[in-house]
Unconditional design. Structure first.
Length: 213
């Protein structure tokens, strides 16, 4: 049985990914600040509380893992606009040497449409409001992506569009090439489904899919 640690597994896409991996028979460690409050019970689930900025906590959480999913988020509050936001890059800078120390090669990281080179695919009419509301966070996600791409890992950078809490729609779009990239809506459960289905798929290694319905 493959073992996967989900960093940020307490809510949102991370929690949905924990569920999707368990459904596919993986052994999962869900890591978050308050992991013991995660409302899940499963014989193949371990809960680990800790800080994504603490290398020792991350090391404990990934010690037995074959693969890692990084699905961090920040609160939707005023700081999203005013900043500073550096959680994504700082946590990634902590995580990467830990994965190397444990000889873990597989990483799936969730960023978002508008991070990295997908920023050029944002519709011109959306660019100013996007930058005002999400610019601080996505500037940091861009640094996060650069750190991941500079590693020797078998990484996948997943960039979902606008997220919803709707039930999974199985005919979501996986837009692999820059010419296909565009914004759209997608449920967190659909993003989780893609992550779980791609975790062992070498076709997804070193790709940057944009996910939309």
């Amino acid at each position: 049985m493959k073992k996967v640690t989900v960093i940020g597994g307490g809510r949102g896409i991370g929690l949905e990914t924990v569920k999707a991996l368990l459904e596919r028979g993986f052994a999962v460690t869900a890591f978050s600040r308050s992991a013991t409050a995660i409302p899940l019970e499963h014989e193949n689930l371990k809960l680990r509380s800790g800080d994504a900025l603490n290398a020792s906590d991350i090391s404990d959480a990934v010690a037995e893992a074959d693969a890692v999913v990084q699905a961090l988020g920040v609160p939707l509050d005023l700081k999203l606009i005013t900043g500073p936001i550096n959680l994504f890059s700082r946590a990634t800078a902590v995580m990467l040497p830990v994965l190397e120390a444990h000889a873990i090669k597989r990483l799936v990281a969730v960023t978002g449409f508008g991070a990295g080179d997908s920023a050029s695919a944002i519709h011109p009419l959306q660019r100013i409001p996007f930058q005002v509301v999400f610019g601080k966070a996505y500037d940091d996600k861009t640094v996060q992506e650069e750190l991941i791409k500079s590693s020797d890992l078998d990484w996948t950078i997943v960039r979902p569009g606008v997220l919803t809490n709707k039930k999974i729609c199985k005919n979501y779009r996986v837009r692999m090439t820059p010419s296909e990239w565009r914004n759209g809506i997608i449920s967190r459960s659909a993003v989780a489904d893609y992550i779980a289905s791609s975790i062992e798929d070498p076709v997804s290694f070193r790709t940057e899919p944009v996910l939309t319905n």
